[in-house]
Design a protein around this ligand. Structure first.
Ligand code: 6LW
Length: 515
């Protein structure tokens, strides 16, 4: 008996340690996860799990509508169910360039209400909106006092806390979520581990610890995740000795095409397993990326009370993970858009001028107002969607009514864009024109018999081919449209536009290609 008690006493600390370090093998089934889970321009992801439903939001900068909402039940297939900011009153964009507008959002769910908090850089700063249905409608903005970007929310014991990074210090205050009023002075929590741009903070609670997850190093190659913890939400926070907990700025990932990993948000799936969404970009044709920062997924485990992302290994486009259930295999995109209803994937640069758009019987009619894609503080007539596949083909038949310019745009920023268009002054012609900073170059000019042409673009990762009536007339290197060359926080968007005159488009075709 005595021996049993002794044995029990000896084994107790081991059992306690095993329970607090909970290194249980994750349940579920082994599956092949395909990353990115939301490809193309989908930066700064934030995620919330509500039962078996998962929702992700992303930043959108100077685009309108802003902040797409994606829904999934299997963590692999994500469908856009709306946009949080779909009314100009929620999203002032006056003079917003590709560097301004909506920065990183956070989505949370509390007591039957969804919250989305973000920063409108250049037009009002931090604000939040609420909804009972994440597909919308979302409320008018409640403006917040605490400065800094990347605000996040944490709810506990009837209190609502906000964290952001004023003056590059992660700072916490309590707020009244209904009015936005600050209820406690800002408390500096952490400066990170010394990397530049400490940002993207989120607070989680697990086993009595508050975990403060942030990103450091900037959103390019040096991007990384670091974490600190405290028993008290106000601190002091101790840094994880194993920081950074995730980065591709490492020997192990130096040859990966996936780079810039960071800006993450953790969540627990319905089976209790931990996960993170984060942003990264894929390189094409060297150290260049043009599709923007995309949304990725990786498992999180806990070791000795600290989170470990993907077992401490780099992530890949295809990787074996354990998931709550087998997801559906993602289907390659292929569609003909007839614009009978303008779906949530279509965006504008700044607010659209409604009179310049109409759709009827499968034909989209656009009216130009003189604004193109060069900087102008401006409202170009264009419907743009994210290029989500490195290899894809898209196009339309364009008819100019009278004189003018209209066609298909490939837009990274005002400093880097390509238009494939029909132009009619005295004579009609098809043109491929490239803008790169101060350079404006017509790569091809082909005479046409009439102001109508079939324009298709074929994308192959590192270059684009421009097809006039099925015949290639020009090629453009994707790096000219890359973030490295053209700048901005966004990624390529594509679609019909009309700069001047009036034009009809017979819908818009898109299909993913694989080589
Ligand atoms: C965003 C910041 C970041 O607010 O880039 O990569 C900024 N992370 O957290 C713009 O997306």
């Amino acid at each position: 008996m005595k021996n049993h008690i002794l044995a029990a006493l000896l084994i107790l600390p081991v059992l306690v340690a095993a329970c607090t370090n909970t290194e249980k093998a994750p349940a579920g089934v082994e599956v092949q996860l395909q990353n990115p889970i939301i490809p193309g321009f989908h930066p700064d992801p934030s995620v919330v799990a509500v039962g078996e439903d998962y929702y992700i939001v992303n930043s959108t900068f100077h685009y309108f509508p802003g902040v797409p909402v994606y829904h999934s039940r299997d963590l692999q297939n994500w469908e856009q169910i709306g946009n949080v900011l779909d009314r100009p009153s929620q999203l002032p964009l006056e003079q917003s360039s590709v560097w301004l507008g909506i920065y990183a959002p956070t989505i949370r769910y509390h007591d039957g209400t969804f919250y989305m908090i973000t920063t409108n850089v250049g037009n009002g700063g931090n604000f939040m909106v609420t909804a009972t249905n994440p597909a919308g409608p979302w409320s008018e903005p409640v403006w917040l006092e605490q400065q800094g970007i990347d605000p996040s929310l944490y709810f506990e014991d009837g209190k609502c806390y906000m964290v952001s990074n004023p003056n590059s210090v992660i700072t916490l205050c309590e707020i009244n979520p209904a009015t936005g009023a600050t209820l406690s002075p800002g408390k500096a929590l952490w400066r990170g581990t010394g990397g530049r741009f400490p940002e993207g903070p989120h607070i989680y609670k697990r086993d009595g610890w508050y975990y403060l997850l942030i990103s450091e190093g900037g959103t390019e190659l040096a991007h990384k995740l670091t974490v600190a913890r405290s028993r008290n939400i106000y601190g002091p926070y101790e840094a994880n000795p194993a920081n950074p907990i995730f980065t591709h700025c490492s020997l192990a990932a130096q040859d990966s095409n996936i780079q810039g990993t960071g800006h993450a948000d953790f969540f627990q799936a319905s089976d209790g397993s931990w996960w993170t969404v984060f942003l990264a970009y894929r390189r094409y044709g060297g150290d260049y990326h043009h599709l923007g920062r995309e949304t990725f997924l990786a498992p999180v485990s806990w070791e000795k009370g600290w989170p470990v992302v993907n077992g401490g290994k780099p992530v890949a486009e295809r990787m074996k993970v354990r998931m709550p259930a087998q997801p559906k295999a993602p289907q390659p995109a292929r569609f003909h858009e007839d614009f009978s209803a303008i779906g949530p994937q279509w965006m504008h640069i700044q607010h659209p001028i409604a009179d310049n758009y109409s759709a009827h019987a499968g034909v989209l009619t656009l009216k130009g107002n003189g604004d193109g894609f060069d900087w102008g503080g401006w409202h170009p007539t264009a419907l743009l969607m994210r290029q989500q596949d490195a290899d894809c083909q898209f196009g339309s038949t364009v008819r100019l009514i009278g004189e003018g310019e209209a066609g298909i745009a490939l837009y990274q920023s005002d400093a880097g864009h390509v238009e494939f268009f029909v132009r009619r002054g005295r004579t009609p012609e098809a043109v491929v024109r490239v803008r790169l900073h101060s350079l404006l170059h017509e790569e091809a000019v082909v005479p046409l018999k009439a102001g109508e042409a079939r324009l298709d673009v074929r994308a192959w990762g590192d270059h684009y081919e421009f097809l006039l009536g099925g015949r290639e007339i020009a090629r453009v290197d994707s790096k000219l449209l890359s973030t490295e060359m053209a700048g901005g926080f966004t990624g390529i968007t594509i679609g019909p536009y009309c700069r001047s005159g009036r034009a009809e488009f017979d819908g818009f075709d898109y299909s993913a290609l694989s080589n």
